[in-house]
Write a protein that binds this ligand. Structure first.
Ligand code: CDV
Length: 308
């Protein structure tokens, strides 16, 4: 057995006015709770340190820069790293990254038990739009504030296994999991901020959104024989509601733990990485069964090419 006791640490809403110090205090409280349940690893949501700011339009993009982190750890996040080191707990969380060159990414990191950043991922599949869209019930301006990630989907050896990351919308794309699956990934950790209503189709409400979320994560886990840990930021942020649905899925595609509600909270599961072996050695033994000579379109084109 290779067990990682994994905590999925959901954050309830973060209002625009809430400062990073307050959010980090909430994250530390969740970490202490995870420690009391003997967690080895804690996973927090996408853009964990602030409200989901891409819903707010700034004509001048630079006005969004205060939502970004220029260093990691920085003054606000240092206490989180210190507590993780004290507990000997690995962690992953998302934040908005502003690089020294002035580039903007929606980023998540993997931090080892000693507090060292060992992995960085930058969100590849940015949803939404880049200009104000009066047709939508709410804005989703990720394409305005972020560049698509430039690091691909790497994986890292950590905690005795092979771990990878993705962020929110990435979880809906089978390519995300398969690229990591082809590197032997045994656990994918991800955070998300999913509005409860589709801004372009109001009839699509929270039940359908949660259905698509579970469907995507469970399929990704099963088809690549990997654990997936998916963590929400949930509840009403300044009147804009986000779904919950924090869950841990096993390599058979089954949900082994799901957090009810939309407040701060933790679920912990004992994730045995050896449970990935059966799927990886049988129906999803990629070396034996994949036929990449027929998959060329997946990397050759983005949009649909219709038949003549
Ligand atoms: N933060 C996100 O990436 N949210 C998207 C919404 C816009 C659909 C998601 O996939 O949940």
């Amino acid at each position: 057995m290779r067990v990682i006791r994994t905590a999925a640490a959901q954050l309830g809403p973060i209002q625009k006015a809430e400062g990073r110090d307050s959010v980090v205090a909430r994250m530390i409280a969740l970490m202490d709770e995870a420690k009391s349940q003997d967690a080895d690893l804690i996973v927090y949501p996408e853009l964990a340190l602030t409200t989901f700011f891409p819903r707010w339009y700034h004509a001048d993009r630079a006005e969004a820069d205060p939502w970004f982190e220029r260093e990691m750890p920085g003054p606000a996040t240092a206490p989180l790293f210190a507590r993780a080191r004290q507990h000997g707990m690995a962690m992953s969380f998302g934040y908005a990254e502003l690089t020294p060159e002035g580039r903007h990414f929606n980023t998540s990191i993997l931090v080892d038990r000693g507090g060292a950043i060992v992995g960085k991922y930058r969100k590849v599949h940015l949803p939404g739009h880049d200009e104000f869209d009066p047709e939508r019930t709410h804005q989703h301006l990720e394409k305005r504030y972020f560049e698509p990630g430039d690091l691909g989907f790497p994986v890292w050896r950590m905690l005795g296994g092979i771990l990878g990351m993705c962020i929110c919308n990435d979880r809906r794309w089978p390519e995300t999991y398969r690229v990591m699956g082809l590197q032997g990934v045994e656990m994918v950790v991800l955070g998300f901020n999913t509005p409860s209503v589709n801004s372009q189709r109001n009839a699509e409400g929270i039940e359908e959104r949660l259905f698509h979320h579970r469907l995507s994560v469970q399929a990704g886990a099963y088809q690549n024989a990997t654990w997936v840990v998916a963590v929400a930021k949930a509840g009403s942020e300044d009147g804009h509601h986000l779904t919950g649905g924090t869950l841990i899925v096993d390599p058979n595609g089954k949900i082994v733990a799901e957090l009810p509600g939309e407040a701060d909270g933790v679920i912990v599961a004992a994730c045995d990485l050896d449970e990935t072996r059966f799927g990886k050695e049988t129906i999803f033994d990629f070396a034996r069964h994949r036929r990449p000579e027929h998959y060329g379109r997946i990397t050759a084109q983005t949009g649909v090419v219709l038949p003549e």
